[in-house]
Design a protein around this ligand. Structure first.
Ligand SMILES: C[S@@+](CC[C@H](N)C(=O)[O-])C[C@H]1O[C@@H](n2cnc3c(N)ncnc32)[C@H](O)[C@@H]1O
Length: 513
């Protein structure tokens, strides 16, 4: 009898759930293991193949199938259904010698106490020796039943999945280098948690496969979305008085480690004042490109250093005011998914959205809010008197773009062969509010700190406004990620008929006061 013992891949849409199991177990989402399995599949993918018949009927794996469909996986690993007795004959007997050898190589680890590595080895030995696979029937073999119980005692399923993911990642990260793999395993469980190792090895695995030209300049230019892989210190490609709004979020002061390969990156300054001065240097030239009734929207926050909030935001406000900008509005973006923080102070669950302008009467229109009242807590009033509340929370959002999902973006980047390291993104909903309030149809806008392109996505959400976007980003990897970020939600963008600027002649850049 011929059996397909190799893993093959199927589009989950082609697979038919096991109706009998579904009837017995009910809605998979109500199963207590569902969330745990969902998280594990999001991190590691599906490691245990589904068991399917020749006609694509699922024998085992309804829940994995359900999750695969819900998170949009396009292929899942499968094994063809096989009788457990056959499997034992084919696998266990053939590999016995090898398995015993493997056991010997890990037994010294076991004597020292179980490390994650020795656990994995013991699990693999049990699985190989007894032919334990998803879908193998235990009712026919008490031996397999016992072996499964033993395996569960060594590590429950989630941990087994994690250990196997580390192994798979290390093989990709250090191919043919058993020493390096072993060296890494030595750190797992001693100082490095298993879950941290899953994440890190995933990153190492993806990085090992990255293309060599990843550091080279990468611009993304379409009709509507233009992302220049250059510092916003150089705005020379933007004509005078051509931009209605500059919307974006700079790297925050001392909140993240510097990006590798970028000297003197903004945010790494010793003092908050120096940080604010450096930011001011970037915003002053915006006076040249901004239309007189235009706005600069800055999404920003600050952290605690030596027991005190640094005042980075307050320094920036003072310096901007001293240099002739008007602080037209201060919005608070309230965040409901913040982790509790330490220290003798409240957990900060907001960020500032500052609106600076050149004139006391900027372009401002709240009528777009009509239709969102009266149930939306972000909206005050009705009709012509309608206004945005300055306390914005996305629970009652405007476009329901959901939260910024960097996990999904990171996965998409991995599929394209590179690892997305830096990704402090905001949800497109935030710049969407700024665009709708301060821009008009056909405008050009800019983001000095493009990141992964959330402001560009907001432009596309506000499709009726027909805005052209100009983003500046120093990191070519982030520009590549932006392209993916945009195209995964809005498809490939056309490139052929860009809307021209209407430049004026004033070319002066003001000096710091
Ligand atoms: C906080 S992130 C912006 C995230 C963005 N709002 C999003 O949602 O994707 C700041 C970005 O600014 C970039 N950056 C830092 N200094 C820059 C500069 N001088 N010019 C252009 N980009 C810069 C960083 O590489 C980083 O991607």
């Amino acid at each position: 009898m011929q059996h397909n013992l190799r893993v093959f891949y199927r589009d989950p849409k082609e697979l038919i759930p096991n109706q009998l199991n579904a009837d017995i177990s009910g809605d998979p989402q109500k199963n207590s293991r569902y969330q745990e399995l969902l998280q594990s599949i999001k991190i590691c993918g599906i490691l245990q193949p589904l068991i399917v018949t020749k006609r694509n009927r699922i024998r085992a794996g309804n829940m994995r199938h359900h999750i695969a469909l819900s998170i949009g996986l396009t292929k899942v690993p499968c094994l063809e259904e096989i009788d457990s007795d056959e499997l034992l004959k084919v696998e266990a007997v053939e590999n016995k010698e090898q398995i015993i050898d493997n056991y010997k190589t890990v037994s010294h680890d076991i004597n020292k106490g179980d490390t994650p590595y020795s656990k994995l080895m013991r699990i693999k030995i049990l699985e190989e020796y007894y032919g334990i696979r998803q879908g193998v029937r235990i009712d026919k073999s008490p031996e397999i039943k016992q072996a499964k119980e033993k395996r569960d005692k060594i590590a429950p399923q989630t941990e087994r999945t994690q250990l196997k993911a580390i192994e798979k990642n290390l093989e990709l990260a250090f191919p043919d280098d058993a020493e390096k793999q072993k060296e890494y395993w030595g750190k797992v469980g001693t100082g490095k948690s298993v879950i941290a190792a899953v994440k890190e090895t995933k990153m190492l695995a993806v990085k090992a496969q990255e293309p060599e030209d990843l550091d080279e300049r990468f611009d993304y230019i379409t009709d509507q979305i233009k992302i220049y892989n250059q510092s916003c210190l150089d705005l020379s490609n933007i004509p005078n008085k051509s931009i209605r709004a500059i919307i974006g979020s700079p790297p925050y002061h001392l909140m993240k480690p510097p990006q590798e390969g970028f000297e003197n990156e903004l945010g790494q300054e010793e003092t908050a004042k120096q940080y604010a001065l450096n930011l001011l240097e970037l915003y002053l030239p915006c006076k040249r490109i901004l239309l007189d009734d235009g706005s600069i929207w800055i999404v920003i926050n600050e952290g605690v250093k030596n027991g005190s909030y640094t005042g980075a935001v307050e320094w920036l406000i003072v310096l901007m005011l001293e240099n002739g900008f008007i602080l037209n509005d201060v919005l608070i973006w309230a965040k409901y998914n913040t982790q509790p923080s330490g220290g003798n102070r409240s957990t900060r669950n907001f960020e500032y959205i500052l609106q600076f302008t050149l004139k006391p009467v900027p372009k401002c229109d709240f009528t777009w809010l009509n239709g969102f009242e009266p149930l939306n807590d972000n909206v005050f009033g009705v009709g012509a008197g309608i206004k945005l509340a300055s306390f914005i929370h996305l629970k009652e959002g405007f476009v329901k773009t959901s939260v910024a999902n960097t996990g999904r973006l990171r996965e998409a980047c991995e599929k394209e062969g590179f690892y997305l390291e830096h990704s402090s993104t905001y949800p497109p909903e935030i710049p969407f509010v700024c665009i709708k309030t301060s821009c008009q149809k056909g405008d050009h806008i800019a983001d000095l700190f493009n990141g992964c392109g959330s402001t560009a996505k907001a432009v596309l959400y506000a499709a009726d406004m027909d805005i052209t976007y100009h983003g500046f980003e120093i990191n070519p990897v982030s520009v590549r990620a932006s392209k993916i970020n945009i195209e995964m939600d809005f498809g490939k963008q056309s490139n052929g008929k860009t809307k021209e600027f209407k430049p004026t002649t004033d070319n002066s850049t003001p000096k710091v006061a």
